[in-house]
Write a protein that binds this ligand. Structure first.
Ligand SMILES: C[S@@+](CC[C@H](N)C(=O)[O-])C[C@H]1O[C@@H](n2cnc3c(N)ncnc32)[C@H](O)[C@@H]1O
Length: 227
């Protein structure tokens, strides 16, 4: 019987992992790490907004690349204290699969060992110098509403809205807004009209920004202040 939590990975000839479940790659073929930096870090005005205790939250943990890219940015920026990273994943990868995927990005892979060791041992609270991460396993539509979390920055990184509508529904995007701190922000690679409209209705001021590589646009936004 098929494991209902198996990510069903297929490795393309160029080494990119693709989800057979969602028929979508985990990261850009051009350069996944650069895309993360452009979309999720710069899109949330990071590292400029980093401060001790800064909290990033993410829909879709996948390979852990975005977490490691955030930690690289934190360390390179000379931050002191702790970066908190909360992510949600319904179909967790094995540590060996993450290792294989991350090997494409030498900078991220170079700091990945302590994370992969903890993950392989079954930990879902990961501690590394400068970082405390909690990865909530299960459908984010069920796990996010139960948490007392206020993120300063959200990375909305589900598979494409057409293939993974669960992570772009009205309910979950409203939950994202409800779990955002004052002056908090989001960034996502998609500029799909219904995603932008829903995030606006949920309480964000939404802006279109230049996308990465061949993508013309992406979306960024900040939580509107209650009046
Ligand atoms: C594009 S990948 C994320 C890539 C990831 N951020 C990284 O750094 O590698 C999208 C992820 O969302 C996960 N996902 C899809 N539907 C989900 C759901 N309903 N709840 C939680 N995670 C989900 C997929 O399993 C996949 O790992």
């Amino acid at each position: 019987m098929q494991d209902t939590h198996d990510p069903l990975l297929v490795w393309r000839d160029d080494g990119v992992p693709v989800s057979d479940r969602f028929d979508d790659p985990y990261f850009s073929v051009v350069n996944g790490l650069e895309e993360t930096r452009h979309v999720f870090l710069a899109g949330n005005d990071l590292p400029a907004r980093f401060c001790d205790g800064f909290h990033v939250a993410e829909l879709g943990f996948g390979t852990g690349l975005n977490m490691l890219a955030s930690l690289l940015a934190w360390r390179e920026n000379g931050q002191v204290g702790t970066l908190y990273f909360t992510s949600f994943e319904a179909f967790p990868m094995q540590a060996s699969e993450m290792d294989q995927a991350l090997a494409h990005f030498p900078e991220a892979h170079a700091i990945a060992a302590p994370f992969l060791e903890q993950w392989a041992a079954g930990a879902r609270r990961i501690e590394m110098p400068g970082l405390v991460a909690n990865i909530h396993i299960g459908d984010a539509r069920e796990t996010l509403p139960t948490l007392d979390l206020r993120a300063n920055a959200w990375f909305l990184d589900g598979f494409s809205p057409a293939k993974n509508p669960e992570l772009w529904s009205e309910n979950i995007l409203h939950e994202v807004a409800n779990h955002t701190a004052k002056d908090g922000s989001f960034a996502t690679y998609t500029a799909a009209g219904f995603v932008r409209r829903t995030l606006d209705e949920a309480g964000f001021d939404v802006t279109r920004a230049p996308g990465f590589g061949r993508k013309r646009h992406m979306s960024i936004g900040t939580l509107r202040t209650a009046t």
